[in-house]
Design a protein around this ligand. Sequence first.
Ligand SMILES: [Zn+2]
Length: 95
Amino acid sequence: MSKCSKCDADITFMSVLNSPNPLRLKCSNCKEGIKIHGVTGGVAVATIFALIGLILYGFYGIEGYWLKVVLPVIVVSEVVYFLLIKLGIVKVSIS
Ligand SMILES: [Zn+2]
């Protein structure tokens, strides 16, 4: 399940948002490192990055690019990644 292996707290959206490395999260409750399963996490991150790249390339140069395209795309991809973890599609490694 997508819970912290140490304190059993649910992984929160903030711990996904605050992590510079999508494969290495930090529990927002006990600050323990949460390792994302390499294969499912890697596939998810690669797919999300590919989609981000396509969208950013496709809309490049339109008016208000950063605010209307880049920002929403980043927020949506963080939410999608979080949902993938929540739903158990992206798995959490038990240390
Ligand atoms: Zn924890």
